[in-house]
Design a protein around this ligand. Structure first.
Ligand SMILES: NC(=O)C1=CN([C@@H]2O[C@H](COP(=O)(O)OP(=O)(O)OC[C@H]3O[C@@H](n4cnc5c(N)ncnc54)[C@H](OP(=O)(O)O)[C@@H]3O)[C@@H](O)[C@H]2O)C=CC1
Ligand SMILES: O=C(O)CCC(=O)C(=O)O
Ligand SMILES: [Mg+2]
Length: 742
C-alpha cells in the first residue's frame, strides 16, 4: 500500500497556461489510477493580484495566496511541484492586468503612480509584491540543473533548426561601460557570525539616512555591494547613440528589467531619457503633469499624454517623431505595430533576446521589418562580455551548426535568493551625494561605496549552505555525465574572488579524482566552451544565478532552437523536487497567434520532461512503483514523440500544441500497454491505446478543423475558463477517450 502522494501542477500565464488546458486533462487521466493526486495552484499574475486584495472582493471572488503556500511547501521534503513559466510583470503589464480584472468585475484599486498617503503607500507596496520576478525566487529553494537530455540533443541533430549565417564583416557588437558600473565598484565581505547588517547613506552634508535597517545574515555567507553611476551611464549611452548612428547599425538595449526589477527599470529609464532627450527636455513640465514615468518606457509617454489637451499631445508626438530622424534607427520589437526596443522595459529581456540575435546572424529587426546589424547595449560589464565573445567567435568561424555542435548544460546557484537576483530589497536609487555604508550590529563598517545623487546602489547576499549544495551538484553532474565542469568566476570581481575560495574549499569535500574541474573567468570559460562545442564536445557550466539564467537560454537556443526543450530540475535543499518546464518564458507572441488564428505553437516538451522527472521523484520518495512505470513509459513516449517529430509547427496547417498533446497521449498509452511491469496499468491502457490509434486521423482532423479562424478566450491575463477550455479541447473524440479512463 502506498501513501497517497501529490504533484502540484502550477497554473500560470500566457501560452503555457493555455497549453495546460489541453495537457492537464491528459496528465490527470493517466495518473488517476496510480495513487497520485494531481492538484493545481494558481500563481498567475492575475491570481497573485487577486490574492493581495481580499477586502476589495466579494467572497466568491476571493482567492488564497497560492504562491505563499507553495513557497512554504518548497522547504519541505514532500514538495513535488511542476512549475511552468509565468509572467514577471513590468509596471505597464501590471496595470494592464489590473485593468482587465476591473473590467471583469473585480473592484481592485488602481496602481498608484503617485501619492504618498498611508493608504496609497499600502496599495503600492502590495502591488509591488507581484511586480517583476516575484514567483521564481520564492519557489527556488534549491539550485538548478538544466540540460538537454540525450534524446532531445539527438532530435536536434536529426531535425536541425535554422541558424542565420554570420558574415565576417558583421558590424554587430556588444557595447558596455568601461567604468562607473557595478562591475567596477564591487566590494565583498565574508560574514563571520549570524546577525544582521544595516545599510545607511551618510550624506555629504553629514546627515544619515537609513536605507535598510536590518538585513539578517548567516555565518559564512558572502555579502557584496556595488554602484552604477548615473552620470557615467548617461555619458556612455550618449556616446553609444552617436556611435550607432555613425556606424549605421540599429541601437538596441538588453536588460533584465523583470528579474532585476529595481535596478534595471531605472537603467532603462535613463537610456530612454538620453535617447529622446531633446523632446523630453522640451516638454518636461507637461510630461510631469501627465505622470509620464521614464522607467516604464516610451510607450508610457503615449498613454500618459492622452490626459493632455489635443494640441499639446500632437506637439509632443511630432517632437518624438523628430527624434527618430536625428537618432540612429532603433531595433524593433514589432515593426508592423511600431513597437520599438524602448517602448516597454519587459519586451526585450537579455537572456532570450541576445541568443535570438545571435541565432539570427547577429541581426535585429528594423522599422521596415528587415534584419540589420545592431549595437547591443548591455551597460554593466559583469556579464556583457560573454556575448561579445560569442559574436567574435561567430564572425571568425561562422554560425554554430546544430547537427554537430556539443552541449553546454548548466549547474546554477540560485537557492535562497542568491546573488543579484535576490538583491531587490537591498537596491536603492540614491537621493543625495555621500557614502553608503554597510555595517554590523557593533557598528563595524563591512563595506562602503561613494555615491552621487541618482546612482544605483545594490547589495547581494549569497548563503553558504546553497554554495555547498551547488558545488556538490556540480561534482555529481561531472561524475554522472563524465564531462568537464567549469566554474565561471571572475577573480577581478570581489564577490567572485570570495566564491572562488569557497569553491576550492568545498571541492575538497568530494571525490574529484579523474574529473576535469576548472575555475575560469566568464570570458575564458565561454571561449573554452565554444571551442569545445564546435568540436562536438560537451562542457558543464557551473555558474552563479545570473549566468545560470543567461546561459540556459543562450546555449539551448543555439543548440536546440529554443530553451523550451530543456530539462530543468531544481533538487530542493530539504529533499523535495521542483520541476521547471523548459528554461524559457511564457511566450506572449504565441497568445496573439492563438487569438488571431486559433493556432498555439507552444512546445510542451519541457512539460513532458518535467512530468517524467516529477513522477520518478514521487515514485522513489513514496515507494510507488506505478509512478515509476508512468515515468519510464512517459520517457519512452517522449522519445517516440521526438523520433516522429510531433512537436507543434509554427504556422496554421501543421499540428499545434493540442495535436502534440494527442500524440504524446497516444505514445504514452501505447508504452503503458506494451510494458509488463504492472499488469493493471497494462490492462487499463491497452484499450485507450487502441482507441487513440484507431481514431488518429479523426482526432487530428477535429483538431485541425478549428485552425485559421480567430479564437475567443475572453481575456489575456485572466481568460475565461469555460471559453478557453472549449478552445483548447476541440476534439470530442479525444476528450471522450480520456474520459473513459477516469
Ligand atoms: N521560468 C519563468 O517563469 C520565466 C518567465 N519569463 C517571463 O516570460 C515572459 C516572456 O519573456 P520573453 O523574454 O519574451 O521570453 P520567452 O521565452 O517567453 O519568449 C521568447 C521566444 O522564445 C520562444 N519560446 C519560448 N518558449 C517556447 C515554447 N515553449 N515553445 C515554443 N517557443 C517558445 C518563442 O519564440 P517564437 O515565437 O519565435 O517561436 C518566444 O517568442 C516575461 O514575462 C518573462 O518575465 C521568462 C523566462 C523564464
Ligand atoms: O523569473 C523570471 O523572471 C525569469 C526566470 C528566468 O528567466 C530563468 O530562470 O531562466
Ligand atoms: Mg531565463
Amino acid at each position: 500500500m502506498t501513501t497517497r502522494s501529490k504533484i502540484i501542477y502550477t497554473l500560470t500565464d500566457e501560452a503555457p497556461a493555455l497549453a495546460t488546458y489541453s495537457l492537464l486533462p491528459v496528465v490527470k487521466a493517466f495518473t488517476a489510477s496510480s495513487d497520485i493526486a494531481v492538484e493545481t495552484r494558481d500563481i498567475s499574475l492575475a491570481g497573485r493580484i487577486l490574492a493581495l486584495f481580499p477586502e476589495f472582493l466579494t467572497d466568491a471572488q476571493k482567492q488564497g495566496d497560492h504562491l505563499a503556500e507553495l513557497g512554504a511547501l518548497a522547504t519541505t521534503p514532500e514538495a513535488n511541484i511542476i512549475k511552468l513559466p509565468n509572467i514577471s510583470a513590468s509596471v505597464p503589464q501590471l496595470k494592464a492586468a489590473i485593468k482587465e480584472l476591473q473590467s471583469q468585475g473585480y473592484a481592485l484599486p488602481d496602481y498608484p503612480d503617485t501619492g504618498d498617503s498611508a493608504e496609497v503607500r499600502d496599495i503600492r507596496s502590495r502591488y509591488d509584491k507581484v511586480k517583476g520576478s516575484a514567483v521564481n525566487p520564492v519557489l527556488r529553494e534549491g539550485n538548478s540543473d538544466r540540460r538537454a537530455p540525450l534524446s532531445v540533443k539527438n532530435y536536434a541533430r536529426k531535425h536541425p533548426h535554422k541558424m542565420g549565417a554570420w558574415a565576417a564583416d558583421s558590424k554587430s557588437h556588444v557595447a558596455h561601460m568601461s567604468s562607473g558600473d557595478f562591475y567596477g565598484s564591487e566590494k565583498a565581505a565574508l560574514i563571520e557570525a549570524n546577525g544582521s547588517v544595516k545599510i545607511e547613506l551618510i550624506g555629504a552634508d553629514g546627515s544619515t539616512t537609513v536605507l535598510k535597517e536590518k538585513t539578517s545574515v548567516l555565518a559564512d555567507e558572502v555579502l557584496d555591494c556595488s554602484v552604477l553611476s548615473k552620470k557615467a551611464l548617461r555619458s556612455f549611452i550618449s556616446a553609444e547613440i552617436e556611435d550607432a548612428k555613425k556606424q549605421g547599425v540599429l541601437f538596441s538595449v538588453h536588460l533584465k528589467a523583470t528579474m532585476m526589477k529595481v535596478s534595471d527599470p531605472i537603467i532603462f529609464g535613463q537610456i530612454v531619457a538620453e535617447f529622446y532627450k531633446s523632446a523630453l527636455d522640451k516638454h518636461a513640465a507637461a510630461l510631469q503633469e501627465a505622470g509620464f514615468n521614464l522607467n516604464n518606457g516610451i510607450g508610457d509617454l503615449y498613454s500618459s499624454i492622452k490626459k493632455l489637451p489635443a494640441d499639446k499631445q500632437a506637439e509632443i508626438e511630432a517632437d518624438i517623431k523628430a527624434v527618430y530622424a536625428e537618432r540612429p534607427a532603433l531595433a524593433m520589437v514589432n515593426s508592423d505595430k511600431g513597437i520599438t526596443n524602448l517602448h516597454v522595459p519587459s519586451d526585450v529581456i537579455v537572456d532570450a533576446s541576445m541568443p535570438a540575435m545571435i541565432r539570427d546572424s547577429g541581426k535585429m529587426w528594423n522599422t521596415a521589418g528587415e534584419l540589420q546589424d545592431a549595437k547591443a547595449v548591455i551597460p554593466d560589464r559583469c556579464y556583457a562580455s560573454i556575448y561579445q565573445a560569442v559574436i567574435e567567435d561567430c564572425k571568425a568561424n561562422g554560425a554554430f551548426n546544430p547537427t554537430t555542435m556539443g552541449s553546454v548544460p548548466n549547474v546554477g546557484l540560485m537557492a535562497q535568493k542568491a546573488e543579484e537576483y535576490g538583491s531587490h530589497d537591498k537596491t536603492f536609487q540614491i537621493q543625495a551625494n555621500g557614502v553608503v555604508r554597510v555595517s554590523d550590529v557593533n557598528g563595524k563598517v563591512l563595506m562602503e561605496q561613494q555615491v552621487e545623487e541618482g546612482d544605483i546602489f545594490r547589495m547581494c547576499q549569497t548563503k553558504d549552505a546553497p554554495i555547498q549544495d551547488w558545488v556538490k551538484l556540480a561534482v555529481n553532474r561531472a561524475r554522472l555525465s563524465d564531462t568537464p565542469a567549469v566554474f565561471w568566476l571572475d577573480p577581478a570581481r570581489a564577490h567572485d574572488a570570495e566564491m572562488i575560495k569557497k569553491v576550492e574549499k568545498y571541492l575538497k569535500d568530494h571525490d574529484t579524482s579523474g574529473l576535469d574541474i576548472r575555475v575560469l573567468s566568464p570570458v575564458e570559460a565561454i571561449k573554452f566552451s565554444l571551442a569545445r562545442i564546435r568540436d562536438g564536445k560537451d562542457t558543464i557550466s557551473v555558474t552563479g544565478n545570473v549566468l545560470r539564467d543567461y546561459l540556459t537560454d543562450l546555449f539551448p537556443i543555439m543548440e536546440l532552437g529554443t530553451s523550451a526543450k530543456m530539462l530543468s530540475i531544481v533538487p530542493l535543499m530539504n529533499g523535495g523536487g521542483l520541476f521547471e518546464t523548459g528554461a524559457g518564458g511564457s511566450a506572449p507572441k504565441h497568445v496573439q497567434q492563438l487569438v488571431e488564428e486559433n493556432f498555439l505553437r507552444w512546445d510542451s516538451l519541457g512539460e513532458f520532461l518535467a512530468l517524467a522527472a516529477s513522477l520518478e521523484h514521487l515514485g522513489n520518495t513514496y515507494n510507488n512503483p506505478k509512478a515509476l512505470v508512468l515515468s519510464k513509459t512517459l520517457d519512452e513516449a517522449t522519445g517516440q514523440f521526438l523520433d516522429n517529430d510531433k512537436s507543434p509547427a509554427r504556422k496554421v496547417g501543421g499540428i499545434d500544441n493540442r495535436g502534440s498533446h494527442f500524440y504524446l497521449a497516444l505514445y504514452w498509452a501505447q508504452a503503458l500497454a506494451a510494458q509488463t511491469d504492472d499488469a493493471a496499468l497494462q490492462a487499463q491502457f491497452a484499450p485507450l491505446a487502441k482507441a487513440l490509434s484507431d481514431n488518429e486521423a479523426k482526432i487530428v482532423a477535429e483538431l485541425g478543423a478549428v485552425q485559421g479562424k480567430p479564437a475567443e478566450i475572453g481575456g489575456y491575463y485572466a481568460p475565461d475558463k469555460a471559453l478557453t477550455e472549449k478552445v483548447m479541447r476541440p476534439s470530442e473524440t479525444l476528450n471522450a477517450a480520456l474520459a473513459s479512463l477516469v
